[in-house]
Write a protein that binds this ligand. Structure first.
Ligand code: C5P
Length: 225
């Protein structure tokens, strides 16, 4: 019987790698909810919807919400679904540090969360889904059969994001990334609407000292139980 699996945790803790891998093994759909907030952020950046101080022009953005269409499409070669913003492939554009530096402001806006959560619930309504994010176990699917909350030290997470960007040939500076990770941790866990926190029934995993293989094995054991 297919179930719903919620993987939440802090920025760049390796959630998506674990979630993607698990979805592949189970033949489930993988949904990267962070990519959705990133796509809205990219739209807002391109359309002048940020003030100089980094805050969001919420009234303008709210009027344009119906112009933002986020979809995922499986790429022939890619292991993961690619993110599309209004039918344009934006998978790399949403991973830049500039987007990372603005995304938590976008994710704190209540009407944006409402729209994203509704879309995520539609995507997962048939179960058989591994969804990764910040509020999946608490808000999107509080009834998920399996919830995992992933943590790791900020330094370890910054190093992972750094390695990931380097691997893709994208510009990366370790200290800038560390600062970004710490700022997002703060904003994500202090916002008013569905702040980042562990669901009471989530199983916590600190993967600071685990390899991807170890994490995947650990997760697979949980699923079998
Ligand atoms: O997972 P990722 O680092 O790509 O997420 C980017 C940002 O999107 C997070 O820092 C957070 O502000 C926001 N987010 C969220 N809720 C989710 C997923 C992501 O608020 N479910």
């Amino acid at each position: 019987k297919k179930i719903t699996i919620a993987i939440d945790g802090f920025s760049s803790c390796g959630k998506s790698t674990m979630a993607k891998d698990l979805a592949k093994k189970l033949g489930y759909v993988y949904v990267d909810t962070g990519a959705m907030y990133r796509a809205v952020t990219l739209y807002a950046m391109r359309n002048g919807l940020f003030n100089a101080d980094g805050s969001v022009k919420t009234a303008d953005l709210e009027r344009q919400m119906n112009k933002i269409n986020i979809t995922f499409k499986l790429n022939k070669t890619a292991e993961r679904p690619d993110t599309y913003l209004n039918n344009e492939l934006v998978e790399n554009d949403i991973r830049t540090l500039e987007v990372s530096n603005h995304v938590s402001q976008i994710a704190a806006v209540p009407f944006i969360r409402e729209a994203m959560v509704a879309q995520q619930q539609r995507m997962g309504k048939d179960k058989g889904v591994v969804m990764d994010g910040r509020d999946i176990g608490t808000t999107v699917f509080p009834e998920a059969e399996l919830k995992v909350f992933v943590t790791a030290s900020a330094e370890v997470r910054a190093q992972r994001r750094y390695d990931e960007l380097k691997e893709k040939g994208m510009p990366a500076d370790f200290n800038d990334i560390l600062k970004n990770v710490q700022e997002r941790d703060y904003i994500d866990s202090h916002r008013e609407v569905s702040p980042l926190r562990k669901a009471p029934d989530a199983i916590e995993l600190d993967n600071s000292h685990m390899t991807i293989t170890e994490q995947s094995a650990w997760l697979m054991e949980l699923v079998k139980q």
